[in-house]
Design a protein around this ligand. Structure first.
Ligand SMILES: *Cc1c(COP(=O)(O)O)cnc(C)c1O
Length: 395
């Protein structure tokens, strides 16, 4: 890649990311192209964002039309795309009202505020939100405080009070942690950033039971699992329980920043004028993008393709030398590698071989490909993984 670009990035951007040495200049469906004209299969999708494929015509056309008409007026006025998108989200999920924002972490901030206000309304003085070790909820202070692995970093203390966590998938610990002072249980139905770990039905049932018992809210963070990623429109639809609040973002805008906190009828009615807001949220362009994405994803044939491609990849990957286990659902796949294989090293080899993946933990590769992947492209990716695992990637 261009050395000058790398130098200027170091000089002018805060040093918060370890970027891979590639400059991408174009995307098309499940493919990316770099500044040297090399082609890549994108099995990361911008971290579960490009689910309908890069530069998908339907999304582009909707955005172009809207951008030429009206881009922004703020939430002090009515715009139709925002209402259309809220109706779509509500009807396809929890049935209550929606608050829009611009990212996953903001969607969770909204859920946290709702949970606290609902708890205070029923007389809880120090409401606590119980989360799960390994969960990732975002980088702003509320969401950060709800993210056990990051909230312990002393550099950013003090955290927001009122959060506790239990070990992953430990229903007994959850029962012990939840009580009359609990405002909410907040969890990812499948942990994404931790390395793709699905939560058991038993744990979800316990969480629902405890929330019902103590009038706490059950919050599902579907920022990564939502919008078709697991083979149903929302991940909770394949599980045994329904949350009271759900947060979504990532894939919803097809590449444009948009987030939403969706409520059930009760939880969606807690906030009142002045309680929360956002200048940019659900501006007409982002809302039109979201509508185009939902129209493409919320179709039986799309969701079936996600499940079928996921099954195909899962079978192929499980047979590879060096693969210990394959986790996940649909096209949210964690590939657990055998001891002694460095996942980051394999990811670097794969990148040079034209396959984009990431390594959320030292023993795991994560695959989040666009749903427009073909059967041939899926096989090609498994072949690239096979050769990377049999070759130089071993530590
Ligand atoms: C990515 C992610 C977030 C944060 O989303 P941002 O848009 O980066 O703020 C929150 N929760 C989960 C589960 C995520 O995967």
């Amino acid at each position: 890649m261009n050395e000058r670009l790398r130098e200027r990035e170091q000089r002018y951007l805060m040093n918060t990311y370890k970027r891979a040495p590639v400059e991408f200049v174009r995307g098309d469906g499940a493919l990316l192209f770099d500044s040297d004209g090399r082609e890549y299969l994108d099995f990361l999708g911008g971290i579960s964002v490009a689910s309908v494929g890069h530069c998908r015509t339907e999304v582009l056309d909707a955005m172009k039309e809207q951008a030429g008409q009206l881009m922004h007026v703020s939430n002090l006025f009515y715009t139709a795309p925002m209402v259309d998108l809220a109706e779509c989200l509500s009807k396809s999920s929890l049935g209550g009202a929606v608050f829009f924002c611009n990212s996953g972490t903001e969607a969770n901030e909204c859920a946290i505020k709702i949970a606290r206000k609902a708890a205070r309304r029923r007389g809880v003085e120090d409401p606590v939100i119980v989360t799960v070790d390994g969960d990732f909820h975002g980088r702003t202070y509320g969401s950060l405080s709800a993210t056990p692995g990051l909230s312990r970093n002393p550099d950013f203390a003090p955290m927001v009070p009122g959060f506790g966590s239990v070990p992953f998938d430990d229903a007994e610990a959850l029962e012990a942690a939840v009580g009359p002072g609990t405002a909410a249980i907040m969890l990812e139905p499948i942990q994404g950033e931790a390395g793709v770990f699905p939560v058991s039905d038993e744990f979800l049932l316990k969480a629902r039971e405890l929330c019902d018992r103590y009038e706490a809210l059950l919050i599902f963070d579907e920022v990564q699992t939502g919008v078709g990623r697991t083979g149903s429109l929302w991940a909770y639809q394949q599980g045994p329980v329904r949350p009271d609040l759900m947060t979504v973002a990532k894939a919803l805008g097809g590449g444009v920043a948009i987030g939403a906190c969706i409520g059930s009828r009760g939880a969606g009615s807690v906030l009142e004028p002045g309680d929360h807001g956002s200048t940019f949220a659900a501006g007409p362009v982002a809302a039109r993008a979201g509508l185009a994405v939902l129209d493409l994803v919320d179709r039986p044939e799309t969701l079936r393709a996600v499940r079928d491609l996921g099954d195909q990849l899962g079978r192929g990957l499980a047979e590879l030398d060096g693969v210990d286990e394959v986790r996940g659902r649909g096209l949210m796949i964690g590939v657990g590698l055998e001891a002694g294989i460095d996942a980051a090293g394999i990811a670097a080899v794969l990148l040079r071989d034209g396959l984009v993946v990431n390594a959320p933990r030292p023993d795991t590769l994560r695959l989040l490909p666009p749903f427009v992947l073909t059967v041939e492209q899926a096989d090609l990716a498994v072949g690239k993984l096979a050769s990377a695992l049999s070759g130089t990637g071993r530590a």
